[in-house]
Design a protein around this ligand. Structure first.
Ligand code: FES
Length: 88
């Protein structure tokens, strides 16, 4: 048996509609900021509702990543660069 580790598999988030995490992330990247918006954009969550929390989790992860990229890695690490005068 041979595995292709270079291949990235999408994870199905919504079984009812057959929507992957990639499709949900694409919907979020295009502006869907709530679970209902994601459902309108790609269909995920339009059935039984069992995936709603997973969709919300992807939205939260997207917001956290966007927030971190705005603040920079130092901000999320809890430290800031020392001013040059403090090092003299
Ligand atoms: S699994 Fe998404 S609506 Fe049922």
């Amino acid at each position: 048996m041979t595995f292709n580790f270079g291949m990235i598999l999408d994870m199905v988030v919504c079984l009812c509609q057959g929507v992957s995490d990639k499709q949900v992330r694409e919907a979020i990247a295009k502006g869907a900021s709530t679970r209902k918006n994601v459902t309108r954009a790609c269909g995920a969550g339009a059935g039984c509702g069992g995936c709603h929390e997973s969709i919300r989790e992807i939205i939260r992860a997207h917001r956290a990543a966007a927030s971190e990229s705005k603040e920079g890695p130092e901000a999320s690490a809890g430290y800031a660069p020392a001013p040059a005068a403090a090092l003299a």
